[in-house]
Design a protein around this ligand. Structure first.
Ligand SMILES: [Zn+2]
Length: 496
């Protein structure tokens, strides 16, 4: 199975499902949208196609990229781009199989479900995934799973190295009007790469690390890793066991030759500092003059919009800051005037266990690129109203020492979860439709809506305790706190 020549990309078009080749997609011979039953695999599939397209083509500048976005390439151009790289993408290559190392020594083979995040270990296994998933994967799905494990998942556990982005980084992609357009919008130009990776010229001819292998115990600075090598980085030593027979793939369902297990082995090395991945924000802090960078991930149940400012707004002072993903930096230069649609996804994990997976679509209104401050304010409001109700409910639970007895009933977490549910659409819509030129009016309208939600949520959640004489003082205290916080959130209360 070769990812450059075989049909492995699962698409759906006008109700028809089929697998197509990368050439068919980029030459616009087949239209359709990606279609896999698991949303995380679908996202990883898109990431893999973008990485492959980036490796095959690197447009010089904005103008050259614009041409690719606008017009499908010809089969000749595709064939030329594949020259010399066919071996990089061969899943069964005798020496250098795609994202694998030949000759991995393992006491026993690992079943295929280990390669699919969250299936084998998740405590909520039966809840998240249908039974029997990932017993056998077809070539396309196994390639996607290898890429997903290398880029988006926690490592296989002690002694196994994880992705260049740390454990479970948030991935951000720009969505175009078609799959073909989406792919090109997430390809960086040489100009962009030279800015984010000043070491690009010296490293551009590097091979992936499953072709040009790293030495055990090597210490590798991130600045020694070129674009292609980083995009296809395989952090661990994996080797698929040859496919023996055909069966229905546990992921896509197609009847094809399937892989049932793989060998894995520990392999140690160190990558110093963070590699500037094209699809990731980096956040940094400066400690004792040293800049420490890392990639944000979903660490709590807070919804994705709470991360939005980190994902699209650059900020920096002497001590800390955030730098948006290179694809977003690049998009600012050519889609700044338009609204933008973003695909955002990632796992939330506890070490090797996946607790949750996300794959969401966000829109940002026209003017997003210049009005990061307003986007920040929208997010800040959403969070501030949440804090206001939490604070009030906390006082309801604990009271004030020696003055007011608390009720002993802590409603903070369940009410926070309900707050997030009730505000989800409002926050999405505010980001998608805000008129930046009249942002003060819009923010006021948002305030009013958030305030109404908070007041109703407070009343609802404390209603059962209103008749409890012992709790009346705590309730009054909480209500006063809420009103005070809400007042402070009114614009006139803000310092200019
Ligand atoms: Zn499959």
């Amino acid at each position: 199975m070769n990812l450059l020549t075989d049909a492995w990309i699962p698409i759906q078009h006008q109700g028809n499902y089929q697998k197509i080749t990368l050439k068919q997609l980029l030459c616009d011979e087949q239209k359709g949208e990606l279609c896999l039953p698991r949303d995380d695999m679908e996202l990883a599939c898109l990431q893999l196609i973008c990485a492959m397209t980036q490796v095959l083509f690197i447009p010089r500048d904005k103008k050259a990229l614009g041409q690719y976005v606008k017009e499908p390439i010809t089969p000749e151009v595709y064939a030329e781009a594949c020259e010399g790289k066919i071996d990089w993408f061969d899943l069964d290559h005798p020496e250098t199989p795609f994202m694998q190392i030949r000759g991995v020594k393992a006491a026993q083979p690992t079943p295929m479900d280990k390669l699919l995040a969250g299936v084998a270990d998740g405590t909520n296994k039966a809840f998240v995934n249908p039974q029997g998933l990932a017993e056998a994967l077809c070539g396309g799905c196994v390639a996607i799973a290898l890429f997903n494990a290398a880029n988006n998942c926690p490592s296989m556990g002690g002694g196994f190295k994880g992705s260049l982005r740390g454990s479970t980084a948030i991935t951000i992609l720009i969505k175009g009007r078609s799959l073909r357009e989406t792919i090109w919008l997430n390809v960086l130009t040489e100009e962009t790469v030279e800015t984010v990776m000043p070491w690009y010229p010296e490293t551009k001819d590097q091979l992936p690390n499953y072709l040009d292998k790293i030495k055990a115990e090597a210490k590798i600075p991130a600045s020694a890793i070129g674009l292609n090598r980083g995009l296809l980085w395989q952090p661990a030593h994996f080797e698929l066991l040859p496919s023996q027979s055909s069966a229905n793939c546990s992921c896509c369902g197609c009847y094809e030759p399937v892989y049932n297990s793989f060998n894995k082995a520990k392999f140690n090395y160190t990558v110093n500092s963070a590699w500037p991945h094209p699809l990731s924000t980096r956040i940094f802090t400066v400690k004792k003059g040293e800049r420490e960078e890392k990639f944000p991930s979903f660490t709590t149940t807070a919804p994705t919009w709470t991360h939005m400012s980190r994902l699209v707004v650059d900020k920096q002072n002497d001590k800390e800051g955030q730098q948006t993903a290179p694809v977003i930096q690049q998009a600012r230069t050519f889609t700044a005037a338009d609204k933008i649609q973003l695909i955002i996804g990632g796992y939330r994990n506890n070490q090797a266990t996946i607790l949750e997976r996300r794959h969401e679509l966000f829109s940002l209104a026209q003017g997003w690129a210049e009005h990061g401050d307003v986007i920040q304010q929208v997010i800040d409001r959403g969070l501030a109203y949440k804090t206001a109700i939490r604070k009030a409910l906390y006082l309801f639970a604990v009271g004030i020492k020696d003055k007011v007895n608390g009720s002993g009933i802590n409603l903070c977490n369940p009410v926070e979860a309900t707050y997030y549910q009730r505000t989800e659409n409002l926050m999405h819509n505010s980001l998608a439709a805000i008129k930046f030129e009249a942002s003060q009016d819009e923010l006021q309208a948002l305030n009013n809506q958030l305030k109404a939600i908070v007041v109703s949520l407070f009343n609802q959640s404390t209603e059962p305790y209103r008749q409890e004489p012992k709790m009346l003082k705590a309730l009054a205290l909480a209500r006063r706190s809420l009103h005070k916080s809400l007042k402070e959130l009114e614009p006139q209360g803000e310092t200019p």
